[in-house]
Structures are given as structure tokens and as C-alpha cells.
Write a protein that binds this ligand. Structure first.
Ligand SMILES: *[C@@H]1O[C@H](CO)[C@@H](O)[C@H](O)[C@H]1NC(C)=O
Length: 279
């Protein structure tokens, strides 16, 4: 035993870390086993670049699944015009989705006067539902993915996006629609302590027992882990958001766990109120 040095232990740990990021992995999925119908999945975000910064492990992971057959769509509720760069960011959104593999006919970018990029404003759920409804019905969306009630960064626009999606599906689904309302899954927000563990996140997520021991949050729902190839694709997509790549976002990209790991929980609440976030 005395021959096992600290250096050996470090090497073993390092090897585990490296092995854990080589291959992308999915634990459990959005669908029950043996589902055969085609699934049409819509990601709803708040600002151009959310899809890359927070959701790329899932977008890239879903495209690798063979069963069920999956069609991917993306809707963004604002052009991200807080700094007057809306038109630039509209273009960047398209360029990033090219990299992430979502086709031009499957994208929507909303630009509504009441849904503008603003870190102090909540958005109205009814307006969000009205903006999304036709797109969701027309494309036969079977599953919507969005932020959760904490919105990853507590940005009110993110939180409102979750509320708006819930409102559309649970309260404002068109009664004359032939289609049944889509399922909703929300992306689990992590506390700050584990949000920026970046490259260590895939390792911990592959070791649920260790994560549990270290008292880190662990969910039972679907988990998408990026491999190094996916991570590089996500970085490439992020570079398409050139107007957003100021130094602190580089740090975010480097250290954020959401560039590596996405954990999901199905939303089953049956009713919401539109006034919950209006003061
Ligand atoms: C955001 O909203 C506040 C009021 O809610 C307003 O004063 C501010 O000008 C808005 N910011 C932008 C960038 O529109």
C-alpha cells in the first residue's frame, strides 16, 4: 500500500475525469421505453444564446437518439434587445442554431413590445401563450422544454418563460385542437455552489452516489451529459453569438455546468395563475 503515492491517486482521479467527458451519455429519457411515435420537441427560451449556454447538452443529445424519431424546434421569446443589439442577435440566433442542428423552418424568434429583454421585468403569461400557440399547434409539438421556476440565473424573463409555457399547456390550450397538449419538462436550476463546477459536473453526474454523498443535488429525471465533442460544438455555437462574448461570458462558458450537463423534471401541475408574477 505504501507504494501508492499521492501522485498515483491524482492520476487515477484525472483519468476518471477524462474518461467521464469523452463520451456523451443520456440517463433515462423524456419518453417511456418502447415509444414508437415521432416526437416533436420544442425548446422555449428567453434570449438568443440561452439555447447554447444552457440547453446544448440536451439539443445535441436528442439528435443522437434513434428511438423515438425526434424532430427538434426552437422558439425564443425576445431578440435580446436590452443593449440595442436585437437585429444582430436575431442573426446570431440563426447562426447558432445552424451549428446546433435545428433547421431554419423550425425556428421562431418573437419580438413583442411586452416581451422585451429586461432584467427587471416579468413577462405576462397570456402574451407568451398567445405568441407560442400557433407555432406549437402547427408543428404538432408533443413536448416542450423550458427553464424552471428559478430560471437558472433567476432572470425574471427566464422565470416568466416557464410560467408562460405552463399557462399555454395547462390553462390556455385551444379546446378545438385535435392534438393533446404537449408534455412539459423543466431544466433543473442548481444553487450557485454547484453551478460553476463546469468540467467536474459530468463526472459527478455519472456518479450519482458520490454526488449524493457530497450532498449535491441529484434528480431522478432525464439527464443529458455532453461528451467533449458536444462541448466543442457548443463552444462553436457560442462563438456565433459574437456580440455576447464579453469576458465574463467566456468565464460562464468555461465553468458553467449547463454546458456539460442538463437535468430535467417533468412538470405536472395542472393549473397556474397568470397573476403570480405581477405585482
Ligand atoms: C426595463 O424596464 C424598466 C422598468 O420596468 C425600465 O425603466 C428600463 O428602461 C427597461 N430597460 C430597458 C433596457 O428597456
Amino acid at each position: 500500500m505504501s507504494s501508492v503515492t499521492r501522485r498515483d491517486i491524482l492520476l487515477i482521479i484525472l483519468s476518471f475525469l477524462i474518461i467521464s467527458i469523452i463520451k456523451s451519455t443520456t440517463f433515462s429519457t423524456f419518453w417511456p421505453e418502447r415509444t414508437t411515435r415521432e416526437e416533436r420537441v420544442l425548446l422555449v427560451t428567453s434570449h438568443p444564446d440561452d439555447e447554447t449556454l444552457f440547453f446544448s447538452p440536451t439539443l445535441l443529445g436528442l439528435q443522437k437518439q434513434k428511438k423515438p424519431s425526434i424532430q427538434l424546434f426552437s422558439a425564443c421569446l425576445s431578440t435580446g434587445n436590452a443593449d440595442g443589439l436585437g437585429e444582430v442577435r436575431r442573426r446570431e440566433f440563426g447562426d447558432a442554431l445552424d451549428v446546433l442542428g435545428i433547421e431554419p423552418g423550425r425556428r421562431m424568434l418573437v419580438d413583442h413590445p411586452e416581451l422585451q429583454d429586461n432584467i427587471t421585468q416579468h413577462w405576462n403569461s397570456q402574451i407568451i401563450a398567445n405568441e407560442l400557440r400557433d407555432f406549437v399547434v402547427e408543428h404538432g409539438i408533443t413536448l416542450i422544454m423550458a427553464f424552471d421556476e428559478e430560471g437558472i440565473s433567476s432572470h425574471p424573463n427566464h422565470i416568466s418563460t416557464f410560467e408562460g409555457v405552463k399557462y399555454l399547456v395547462f390553462d390556455a390550450w385551444p379546446s378545438n385542437s385535435m392534438a393533446s397538449p404537449p408534455k412539459i419538462f423543466k431544466l433543473v436550476s442548481h444553487p450557485l455552489s454547484t453551478k460553476y463546477i463546469g468540467i467536474v459536473a459530468p463526472f459527478l453526474s455519472r456518479s450519482p452516489r458520490l454526488a449524493h454523498k457530497l450532498n449535491l443535488q441529484h434528480t431522478e429525471g432525464p439527464v443529458f451529459l455532453s461528451g467533449i465533442g458536444d462541448y466543442i460544438t457548443a463552444i462553436t455555437a457560442m462563438r456565433r453569438h459574437a456580440s455576447q462574448l464579453v469576458w465574463f461570458r467566456y468565464l460562464n462558458v468555461m465553468f458553467s455546468r449547463y454546458m456539460w450537463v442538463n437535468e430535467w423534471v417533468e412538470v405536472k401541475v395542472q393549473h397556474t395563475t397568470t397573476t403570480a408574477f405581477q405585482s
